[in-house]
Design a protein around this ligand. Sequence first.
Ligand code: ADP
Ligand code: MG
Length: 258
Amino acid sequence: MSNNVFKLNKITFSYPQSEPVLSDLNLEINEGERLSILGANGCGKSTLLKILAGLIFPQSGTFTAFGDKIEQKSFSGEISTTYHRRVGFIFQDSEAQLFCSTVYEELAFGPLQLGLPRDTIKKRIDELPAMLGVEKLLDKPPFRLSGGEKKKIAIGSVLILNPDVLILDEPTNSLDPRSQAWLLNLLQALSKAGKTLIFATHNLDLVPQVSDRAILFDEDHTIAADMPVKELLKNAELLKRVNLVDQHYHTHPWDFNP
Ligand SMILES: Nc1ncnc2c1ncn2[C@@H]1O[C@H](COP(=O)(O)OP(=O)(O)O)[C@@H](O)[C@H]1O
Ligand SMILES: [Mg+2]
């Protein structure tokens, strides 16, 4: 039996009154994979992630998740609830994800909304803040937090649902080095626990630490490469062509042994 989590077959997506952002896109993502989606600004990374997260729907092609066809017309009620429990999406901008009046409410919101039993919610809220190191923030309003703290709460509000798949859009943007290191450790632990992890980023330093496979978008929105991260990072010509590095890129720090 296939261990596909997602399968996209000839997917096309356009925003209203614009050219297609994705056209005839084919992609398979397997359970437990760690995948980076790379490409210059505007190439379609966030759009693809939002399709995977069940937030927007392609106009044509077939999108299958966990073996079931995902279609806008039937994506409501229990189907949508179950999907959003299994597939967590962490927005690039944490502010887009935080809207409750306290951190505690923020963490409880998703599980309440998606109908988790109250004792499960309570148990997870008792455990999660310590894991995230945010115990002291529970009574604070999220808008008062630092960028790194906001990201932790945004991640917490998704992890509390214990999703099988975690999708992160530019997760290290605006994080200081300590918060980035914290996030990397967390992602590595989640991967070891069997989660499927999918990232969009143009931070090449992050890529080998969080992923084994990379999908590289060209600026014309097509997939220029789907290959092991180690191979991709050595391919300076390809990275230059898709505008991910400039002409000064020769090698990558961890190919370099001082
Ligand atoms: N809500 C939207 N409405 C119209 N166009 C959009 C919208 N979101 C993104 N786009 C356009 O779609 C293209 C791909 O955007 P996006 O998926 O956000 O790229 P990336 O995440 O790689 O920077 C860009 O040209 C962008 O301007
Ligand atoms: Mg984006």
